[in-house]
Design a protein around this ligand. Structure first.
Ligand code: ZN
Length: 199
């Protein structure tokens, strides 16, 4: 006997979530249609509320309720150092390492001609603007160590190069070909500590 259409539709919707395969999606769908109505309503409302209240910080690109975000407006952080990351969630990885006290800038991806991602698709123009309005002395590029991460880092180093600006890249100890989410706190701490100057 085939599953009723609403369950099939819910399963299909859940499959679109990251890390949820067809089997897990079906298990979650079957759980939800048998759960208390109030519990399901609470879940649905929480999802909607989170989606409505969270946006990107217009300065750094982090996920925030208020733009500019609390990191951008925190005077105790060193405004002279900006760490460039690929995605908003990478900020959380670096914050967990606890050793970085500067500010952040989210690129929103990596240059990847095969996937149709060009420099113009990334928040590079926004970073150039920050270089003119903020007292930035050093840019630390903290992108993954895969081919796109390498290409994007080189591109950034060339495009952002200007007098009085140090540009370095973390790398030491990071597993080759991986992103920041796979590095533990100690590894990230060392990678930041052992950053190398690109120009
Ligand atoms: Zn911000």
């Amino acid at each position: 006997m085939p599953l009723p259409e609403p369950i099939v539709a819910l399963t299909a919707a859940l499959t679109k979530l990251p890390g949820v395969g067809p089997r897990s999606a079906e298990r979650i769908a079957l759980h939800l249609v048998q759960a208390e109505t109030a519990q399901v309503q609470h879940l649905a409302q929480t999802i909607l509320m989170a989606r409505e209240r969270i946006r990107f910080c217009e300065t750094c690109g982090a996920l925030t309720e208020k733009s500019p975000c609390s990191t951008c407006t925190d005077d105790r952080r060193d405004a002279a150092i900006v760490c460039v990351v690929e995605r908003a969630v990478d900020i959380l990885s670096i914050e967990k390492s606890g050793s970085f006290r500067g500010k952040f800038h989210v690129l929103g991806g990596k240059i990847s001609p095969l996937d149709g991602v060009e420099p113009n698709d990334l928040r590079i123009g926004e970073l150039e603007k920050r270089l003119t309005t903020e007292p930035i002395k050093e840019i630390i590029i903290a992108l993954g160590t895969d081919v796109e991460g390498d290409a994007t880092s080189s591109y950034l180093a060339k495009r952002l190069a200007r007098a009085g600006l140090k540009i370095s890249r973390i790398g030491f100890g990071l597993p080759a070909g991986s992103g920041l989410e796979f590095a533990d706190e100690l590894t990230l701490d060392r990678a930041l500590e052992g950053r190398r100057e690109m120009i």
